[in-house]
Design a binder for this molecule. Structure first.
Ligand SMILES: *[C@@H]1O[C@H](CO)[C@@H](O)[C@H](O)[C@H]1NC(C)=O
Ligand SMILES: *[C@@H]1O[C@H](CO)[C@@H](O)[C@H](O)[C@H]1NC(C)=O
Length: 404
């Protein structure tokens, strides 16, 4: 009896030891994966495709940078200290203007958002505005490259001249539509605005916009566009395109996500999808959302078209809710750690963090350089196609005639 008891006790002790050993081993594995993720990100700092801090500056601080300290700002998901902790090396700041401003003061608001991004990136020595792939590569080790992305084609007010000036101001991608149709491109959320309800796919003028973006060297962003628009652009564009913040439609059928058949087309175009963390598009609001949910989208797209067509886009300060474990811009390493755990190689992850985006950007610049002989596009949209009730035309006053 006594012997049996001792035996049982021994077995129990052995089990306890085994359990302890497993735990130590596990936590070491955890620590070493986290360390590996951090080392990797130090070597290949993230280029993130979409951050909406500028609109928060507008909403809550009227773009008055003198009133806040961006190093430690704690009312947003983004500040400079957190970007550094998250190993962000380059950030596309979003110039977001609501669809309600279409045909009203969208251009003016977009200019003010570009102004605040430029001032923010000048005011802080940790930030520096860049406008080329080389600029991202050459940025100092401890600096974060600022890039500008225009969220929504309504902000060019159907004017190629305005598009060109935005390029001159440093805008390097434009999302063709946000949640509303423009007179020349269809949005995936076409029903949210009654404006231009008849726009289907990409119109003739929309094709001119795409060609002009190719000529300028501005990256075309297809997030938020309808499938028909995306397919039309993928057929037409001479340069690779991006989806600046979208995930996989087959895992969550949200209108912001990309169906598999378009992902295949994206692969042929050599473009990338910068997978977003915005909780709503990851699970369609169904379940708790965490790092595993995000990683599932990465896995799906990698299986379908390969990791060379993937980038990262936190959509911080944009989406209403972010996954557990990815609450702010300091948390990117947690995702890299999970992807390492799932067997993604270090080389793949360096590409996902940086190189895939740089490949697309360099290709876009190459198309621009190969087309330097082309003159600026002088097409104008037909006045019949736009709501011009808020527009003043530039015509000579009465009595002023051309000399002849
Ligand atoms: C946020 O920052 C403000 C001003 O710097 C400070 O007074 C406040 O305590 C901070 N809040 C938190 C939750 O850290
Ligand atoms: C997504 O799926 C649900 C359920 O099957 C359906 O009701 C909804 O209309 C779908 N949404 C889209 C955008 O396809």
């Amino acid at each position: 009896m006594r012997v049996a008891l001792t035996h049982a006790l021994l077995q129990f002790r052995l089990l306890q030891l085994w359990w302890l050993f497993c735990n130590i081993w596990d936590s070491q594995a955890y620590d070493s994966l986290r360390q590996k993720a951090l080392d990797l990100m130090r070597e290949a700092p993230l280029i993130d495709g979409h951050n909406d801090l500028p609109v928060k500056l507008r909403w809550f601080y009227e773009n008055k940078l003198s009133k806040i300290d961006l190093r430690t700002l704690n009312t947003t998901q983004t500040n400079i200290q957190k970007l550094q902790a998250g190993h962000v090396g380059a950030q596309f700041w979003s110039v977001y203007v609501p669809c309600d401003a279409q045909d009203k003061n969208a251009v003016h608001l977009a200019l003010e958002q570009i102004d605040v991004i430029k001032r923010m990136c000048e005011n802080y020595e940790e930030l520096e505005l860049v406008t080329s792939a080389q600029g991202i590569d050459y940025i100092g080790r401890n600096k974060i490259a600022c890039l500008i992305g225009l969220e929504g084609g309504h902000s060019i007010d159907s004017s190629l001249a305005t598009l060109r000036i935005f390029y001159e101001l440093g805008v390097r991608y434009m999302m063709l539509t946000h949640d509303c149709n423009t007179p020349w491109a269809q949005s995936s959320l076409r029903q949210t605005s009654s404006l231009y309800a008849d726009t289907y796919t990409l119109t003739g003028f929309g094709e001119e916009v795409v060609k002009e973006m190719n000529r300028l060297g501005m990256i075309i962003d297809l997030s938020h566009t309808s499938d028909a628009t995306a397919l039309a652009v993928l057929r037409l564009s001479k340069a690779p395109v991006i989806f600046s913040h979208s995930s996989a439609f087959s895992l969550c059928n949200h209108t912001g996500n990309i169906p598999d058949h378009i992902l295949y087309r994206l692969k042929r175009n050599n473009g990338i999808v910068m997978v977003t963390f915005y909780a709503e598009v990851l699970t369609c609001g169904k379940d708790a959302v965490n790092i595993l949910t995000v990683a599932d989208h990465f896995d799906h797209i990698r299986t379908l078209i390969g990791s060379e067509h993937i980038g990262i886009s936190g959509d911080y300060d944009g989406g209403l809710r972010h996954p557990e474990g990815l609450e702010d811009v300091s948390k990117y390493p947690a995702l890299i750690e999970e992807l390492l755990r799932r067997g993604w190689s270090e080389e793949e992850l360096k590409d996902v963090l940086r190189e895939n985006f740089l490949r697309v950007f360099r290709e876009v610049e190459k198309v621009r350089d190969e087309n330097v002989f082309m003159i600026p596009n002088e097409e104008e949209i037909s006045q019949d196609d736009v709501d011009i009730s808020c527009h003043q035309d530039l015509k000579p006053p009465s009595g002023v005639a051309i000399l002849n």
